[in-house]
Design a protein. Structure first.
Length: 277
């Protein structure tokens, strides 16, 4: 234990390195308050597995776990992280953007997973009644929308899909406007100039999350044009995530809808679902 300094909250270094037994004893004896215990638990624990420090209390602090991002990791790395999460948790475990070799390897660890494209899910959350609509401007936007829908599914939401309804043929969107009105939240994936997000944002009072995919010709600049267009949208309150970030769009929706479990429940039921970035 390193001591002698202070953390960002002005507490002496090492304050949060008390063992769980010491913390429980402190609450029982009255030397630590329950509020102090919760504050300390917000920083504990994590597991150092070499390739990553697995944040087992991510769900406790934030209400939602972080997925394991597969790109940049070797097959061995991915297996190590997934094994840790499966062995020390009870909530959803999500592996995003896995290639074929990584997928085969983790299925060898636990074959109970559901594979949805490049997303692998274990221990899906209980099904939710929240109504989420994932809209795409064109068929080229589908891979990003698929990622978003898969992450929502992992957390209990069966997203509805409305595909190929871009502004070049706006009548296609208007033919299904009732589905937009019936949604609790809408995700719009639109490349090129990204105009569809503004259109949908003007049709509903529900939260709208816009995702600019890296789709389009020349001056689309691999999604930058759509990103800037969405950020400059005249549809007030539009939420915009990064280019190709279907995962981030799903998590934004989960936070907006309050789909994250209560923190007190998360600490008891989803410990172990945090993961490496």
């Amino acid at each position: 234990m390193v001591t002698g300094g202070e953390d960002s909250e002005g507490n002496p270094d090492g304050l949060y390195e008390l063992s769980l037994d010491e913390l429980i004893d402190g609450v029982a004896s009255g030397t630590a308050s329950p509020d102090d215990a919760v504050r300390r638990l917000n920083r504990l624990p994590f597991a150092d597995v070499g390739v990553a420090r697995i944040d087992h209390h991510r769900a406790f602090r934030q209400g939602l776990p972080e997925a394991v991002y597969a790109p940049g990791k070797s097959v061995v790395d991915v297996v190590t992280v997934i094994t840790e999460l499966l062995d020390h948790g009870t909530g959803p475990v999500v592996l995003s953007r896995a290639d074929e070799d990584q997928t085969v390897a983790v299925l060898g660890v636990d074959a109970s997973a559901t594979v949805l494209g490049h997303t692998v899910v274990w221990r899906r959350a209980p099904e939710s009644s929240d109504r989420v609509l994932v809209v795409t401007a064109g068929t080229a936007d589908a891979p990003v929308a698929d990622e978003c829908a898969a992450v929502l599914w992992a957390h209990g939401i069966n997203a509805d899909r409305l595909s190929d309804v871009g502004v070049a043929g706006i009548h296609r969107l208007l033919a299904d406007v009732d589905r937009i009105h019936g949604a609790d939240a809408v995700v719009v994936v639109a490349g090129m100039e990204g105009a569809l997000a503004s259109v949908v944002g003007g049709l509903t009072g529900a939260p709208v999350v816009a995702v600019p995919p890296s789709v389009g010709y020349g001056s689309s600049l691999e999604g930058v044009t759509a990103l800037l267009g969405m950020l400059a949208s005249c549809a007030s309150g539009l939420t915009v995530v990064g280019i190709d970030n279907g995962f981030g769009a799903a998590y934004a929706v989960l936070r907006m809808l309050g789909a994250a479990p209560d923190r007190s429940e998360a600490g008891a039921t989803t410990t172990g679902t945090g993961a490496s970035a």
